[in-house]
Ligand binder design. Sequence first.
Ligand SMILES: [Zn+2]
Length: 185
Amino acid sequence: MRYVCEHCRNEFEAEKPARFCCNAHRQAAHRRRVEERAVSELAEALTPTAQGADPKPPPSPAPPPVKDEIDEEQAIRDSFGYAASETRTRAERDAVAARIMGRASSEVVLPRFIEFEGELRQITRSADITEGDYIANEVRVTQEQLKVGLIRTHPVVNGKDRLNRTADYARWRYRGFLCGEVASL
Ligand SMILES: [Zn+2]
């Protein structure tokens, strides 16, 4: 019989059902599982969670697959009323940087992690707004833009309407910002 190795994905011949083509690949797959478990346990141990809150935050989905829509969102962001909040964010970011520089050098900062695009990523900077507040703000702004007709394209994509996709995109953007993949909020 022919089977597919769970490690290298190559087909191989075996007399009875087998998951791996060779002993080396069985061991490699085992090592990978052990490492993955260690990383996720470490991440869980290092990620602070509020008392009684759901310990697992919802995963960040990929950004909406509609390229034009992302461009449209960015165009609106660039030309309508975002200046005030961006300025404030920059000022607050400077304040955070100043705070960090003023820290006692003996203070040890442990790395923290966040799930981003299905991967565990190290948080490399802080935002001055919580993820929940950021998403709520973006949804509220989109709601207002829909109401006054600024946004004209709002098809349902993959079962999600414009507001749901705005929330997905905001979550993706926020997490991307924390791990350094997205330049600004
Ligand atoms: Zn193999």
